[in-house]
Design a protein around this ligand. Structure first.
Ligand code: TEU
Length: 539
């Protein structure tokens, strides 16, 4: 099953809707908004982790995979949400953080006590306090190894020091993880997202002379075997699964998602979200390179199709800045650019993901002080950038553009206090532009970004060509426009996206097609600023 005509909506529970005034979003908050989600027409809700956690990395540091953190609610609340969603034809997808656990997890606590069984659940290496086993770097900055003096050993953490990597070479670990999947499947969960799942199989533990170590564990030696075993033995085959793939390749993503391989339904890859990284560095700013963006889409979309793979298509998630602030506009062309960006990916080949707030055109956070940020990565990099010699002003400009908190500010429901997110003090500041950008303002407006997303979702279900058509990229040399053609039998769909804030020449491509969707009235001789138009015809 390919999930071609499905659309997934991602919820970051902490920032979606608070129901009890403690400033944290919660499960009952999601329940109260279920009709809004059903109204959008989405098929699945992916919930980022709500499990008991010290919240060093907002829940991606899981201390217990089978329970609900009391700050998010109870198991009964969760069961009610699953049932209420199902009544509306919506399935829940849970986020399985299986590359690492929190150091607060009982397995790691037992390992720390020297219990050999549990030490083998993690990646411990002998050594002296002055020499980590390898020079690998944590994704959040600093060494990927932490020394435990009373054990005389180091443990590996590719992320925060409180996120210890699991040892997937140990069959007992793999059994534990399968059991967790069975547990949630039995509760009626319909699918799973697997966090950084292409990092689970570590290769050799040697110094990386040219990089941060990722070449030794990315798409590692046993990753495909491990996934096949996990999916097969846990009995989740046939459910919707998406793997988050860090620094991966098309060839690997074909293997992860080609149905003949029995691994996953689809993959997230991130190359298209690095076209504004100067020299590939997230912490160096650059204008987005639209030519590079198009080439990445073209090679991934066409390459995955050739190999029988399947893409998850997305712009936003809880780790990314807001797309209108990034590749679109927040001033004069805010609405046009938000719609253009939406159509650009919703009409591609793959399963679209919408991240909460994207559908109303939410923008980056408007924080100016590092004290306003909560994300561990932003706080670490603030210090790293300052130590590298940048001024506070330069540093805050970078953090402002790149922080993961840009995508985590509370959902903007109304123009009222705290945007209707909470009656208390929000855990992370609400963007002041909620007075203008909010669900209430867009809900009844046929011309709103929200209405446009609703229409895109409906079109995918109405026109098989969107869900199942082949894809071919056009205008490869034109740096202003992203253009592609979908085909199904004798049917064609041409999509033209102007990524510029000015009007540009109309590519000489279109036959006299019927306009299926666009963000301006009618058709003009040139493509207007951030215009998108999709034309359909039968040959
Ligand atoms: O993210 C994995 C990941 O590598 C990134 O997107 C990461 O946040 C970014 O590269 C840092 O610059 C996943 C989760 O989505 C993220 O929230 C977690 O922090 C991370 O795994 C660890 O579990």
């Amino acid at each position: 099953m390919r999930f071609e005509d499905k659309v997934v909506y991602q919820i970051y529970p902490k920032s979606f809707q608070d129901s009890n005034g403690d400033g944290w979003g919660d499960i009952n908050g999601i329940r109260s908004r279920i009709d809004y989600l059903a109204g959008l027409g989405v098929d699945y809700l992916w919930l980022t982790p709500f499990f008991p956690s010290p919240q060093r990395d907002n829940g991606y540091d899981v201390a217990d995979y089978r329970a609900v953190d009391p700050r998010f609610g109870t198991m009964a609340d969760l069961e009610a949400l699953i049932a209420e969603a199902e009544m509306r034809g919506i399935g829940l997808m849970f986020d399985m953080v299986f590359n690492h656990t929190s150091t607060a997890h009982e397995w790691f606590q037992k390992a720390l006590q020297g219990d050999a069984k549990y030490m083998d659940y993690y990646i411990f290496r002998d050594g002296t306090p002055d020499a980590p086993p390898t020079n690998w770097q944590s994704k959040f900055g600093g060494s990927a190894w932490e020394y435990v003096p009373h054990l005389g050993k180091w443990y590996l953490h590719l992320f925060d020091v409180t996120q210890a990597d699991l040892n997937w070479e140990n069959p007992a670990v793999r059994e534990e993880l399968k059991d967790i999947l069975r547990f949630w499947k039995a509760k009626g969960v319909k699918g799973f997202r697997f966090d950084v799942v292409n990092l689970i199989s570590k290769g050799e533990f040697v110094d990386d002379k040219e990089g941060d170590g990722r070449r030794f564990y990315t798409d590692g030696p046993h990753v495909h075997e491990c996934l096949k075993e996990l999916v097969h033995d846990s009995g989740i085959e046939g459910m919707v699964t998406v793997g988050e793939m860090s620094s991966t390749t098309i060839a690997n993503c074909i293997r992860y998602t080609n149905p003949a391989e029995h691994e996953l339904s689809m993959t997230f890859s991130f190359h298209h979200l690095k076209v504004d990284y100067k020299d590939g560095d997230k912490w160096s700013l650059m204008e987005p390179d639209i030519h590079a963006l198009k080439e990445i889409f073209a090679s991934w979309q066409e390459g995955m199709a050739r190999g029988g793979g399947w893409n998850a298509v997305f712009w936003c998630n809880h780790d990314q800045p807001r797309i209108v602030s990034r590749f679109g506009a927040t001033g004069r062309y805010w609405k046009e650019s938000a719609k253009m960006l939406a159509a650009a990916i919703h009409l591609m080949r793959g399963t679209p993901y919408i991240y909460q707030g994207e559908e109303i055109g939410m923008t980056n956070a408007d924080f100016t002080d590092i004290a306003d940020y909560r994300d561990v990565e932003s706080i670490n990099y603030h210090d790293i950038l300052r130590a590298s010699g940048l001024s506070e002003e330069e540093t805050m400009k970078i953090i402002g553009a790149r922080s993961r908190d840009n995508g985590r500010t509370p959902m903007q429901w109304t123009a009222g206090e705290s945007a209707g997110f909470t009656t208390g003090t929000p855990w992370l500041g609400v963007n002041h532009n909620h007075a203008a950008i909010n669900v209430e303002a867009e809900r009844e407006d046929d011309d709103s970004i929200l209405a446009f997303y609703r229409r895109l979702i409906a079109l995918r279900k109405e026109y098989r060509i969107i869900a199942e058509g082949s894809i071919r990229f056009l205008e490869r040399e034109n740096d202003d426009v992203i253009a592609y053609e979908r085909a199904l039998g004798s049917e064609r769909l041409l999509v033209l996206c102007n990524f510029r804030a000015s009007d540009i020449a109309m590519p000489e491509l279109h036959a006299a097609g019927e306009k299926l969707i666009g963000n301006y009235p009618g058709m003009a001789a040139r493509l207007r600023p951030y215009e998108v138009v999709a034309l359909r015809w039968v040959e």
